[in-house]
Design a protein around this ligand. Structure first.
Ligand code: SAM
Length: 301
C-alpha cells in the first residue's frame, strides 16, 4: 500500500489520525516484506495481527498465511478494512468464517474461502478477558506503541503462547526484549518474555517509513517460543515475583531485596548452592540463573 493510497483513503473518509492510538502506518514496501519474511509464513499458518490500521501488513499476511485474525480498536479503520478486504472476510466483523456454510444456491460460482477474521476491540482487554490457546498461531504485528509491552507480556506468558512473535515496536522496547545479561536494556521485560521466547533477530525501521513519522525510532523483533519450556507452569508466579522484586531497585543487592518475600536462611542456602554472590545485583544474573533460583526457592524445606 503506497503512501499516496493511504493519504487518499484517509482524506476520502475524512479520518483524522489519533495520536494516542499510535496511528503511524507503515507504507514502506521493503520493510513490510521484511516483517512478513521474518515470520516465515506458509499457507498452513494462522496469524494474529494486532492493530491492522489501514491494512498494509494485513494485505501481505493474507497473501502468505492461511488465516488472519486481526484486532483493531478504531471503528473507522475497521470499516476501511472491511471494505478493503471484503472478498476475504465476507465483509463481516467478529464472525469466525465457516467454509461449510457455502449456500447451495451459489451454483457454479467458486468462492474464495474467507481468510480474514476481523475483530473491533481493544486487543489488550480482549487478550486479558478471553484466555485463548494461541499455540498454533504466530503474532505478526506493527503494534500500537503505548500498549506494546503489556500486549507482549500478556501473550507471551503461559504455555498457550503463540509459537512466534514478530512485532514492530519502539526501538527502546525492542532492545529490552532482545537484551542479554548485564546490558543496559536487560530487565523485567527481558526476563518475562525471554522465559518462554528466545530472541531470533531484529532490524531497525527508520521513522520515514511510517505515515505520519513517529517521534521515536522503531524496530521489528522476532522471538521464537522455547520448546520445551524452561519452567513448569505452576512455578511461573514465583519466577515473576522474584524477577520483579530483584529489579525493584536496580542498584541494590538482590539478596537484600528478596528478603522482603523469602526467609533469609532459604535465600542464603539457594545463593550458595547456585554459586551466586550474596552481593550480586539483578542485572548480572542470567535468565537461566533466575530460573534455577526459582526452582531452589520453591523446594520444600
Ligand atoms: N498495522 C498498521 C500498519 O503497519 O500500518 C497500523 C499500525 S499502527 C502503529 C497501530 C494500530 O493499532 C492503529 O491502527 C491503532 O488504531 C491500533 N490500536 C491502537 N490501540 C489498540 C488496541 N488497544 N487494540 C487494538 N488496536 C489498537
Amino acid at each position: 500500500m503506497k503512501l499516496s493510497e493511504m493519504r487518499e483513503l484517509l482524506a476520502r473518509r475524512d479520518i483524522q489520525l489519533t495520536k494516542s492510538l499510535g496511528q503511524n502506518f507503515l507504507h514502506d514496501a521493503h520493510q513490510l516484506e521484511r516483517i512478513a519474511a521474518a515470520a516465515e509464513l506458509t499457507a498452513a499458518d494462522k496469524v494474529l495481527e494486532i492493530g491492522p490500521g489501514l491494512g498494509p501488513l494485513t494485505e501481505l499476511l493474507l497473501q502468505q498465511a492461511g488465516h488472519v485474525f486481526a484486532i483493531e480498536m478504531d471503528g473507522r479503520l475497521v470499516e476501511v478494512l472491511q471494505e478493503r478486504f471484503a472478498h476475504h472476510s465476507e465483509g463481516r466483523v467478529t464472525r469466525v468464517p465457516n467454509q461449510t456454510e457455502t449456500p447451495l444456491n451459489q451454483g457454479l460460482v467458486e468462492l474464495v474461502p474467507p481468510k480474514l477474521e476481523l475483530l473491533h476491540a481493544d486487543a489488550l482487554r480482549y487478550l486479558q478477558r478471553e484466555p485463548r490457546d494461541w499455540r498454533d498461531w504466530k503474532l505478526v504485528a506493527n503494534l500500537p506503541y503505548s500498549v506494546a509491552s503489556p500486549i507482549l507480556v500478556e501473550l507471551a506468558a503461559g504455555r498457550r503462547a503463540p509459537k512466534m512473535l514478530v512485532a514492530t515496536l519502539q526501538l527502546e522496547v525492542a532492545m529490552r526484549l532482545m537484551a542479554q545479561t548485564d546490558a543496559d536494556d536487560y530487565g523485567v521485560l527481558t526476563l518475562l518474555v525471554q522465559l518462554d521466547f528466545s530472541p531470533r533477530g531484529w532490524f531497525k525501521i527508520p521513522p520515514g517509513c511510517f505515515f505520519p513519522s513517529p517521534d521515536v525510532d522503531s524496530a521489528c523483533v522476532c522471538l521464537v517460543r522455547r520448546e520445551p519450556p524452561l519452567l513448569a507452569d505452576e512455578k511461573r508466579a514465583a519466577y515473576v515475583q522474584i524477577v520483579k522484586r530483584s529489579f525493584s531497585q536496580r542498584r541494590k543487592m538482590m539478596l537484600k531485596l528478596l528478603k522482603q518475600d523469602w526467609p533469609k536462611e532459604k535465600l542464603d542456602a539457594a545463593f550458595a548452592a547456585l554459586n551466586i554472590s550474596p552481593q550480586e545485583r539483578a542485572e548480572k544474573l542470567s535468565l537461566e540463573q533466575f530460573v534455577a533460583l526459582t526452582e531452589k526457592l520453591l523446594l520444600p524445606d
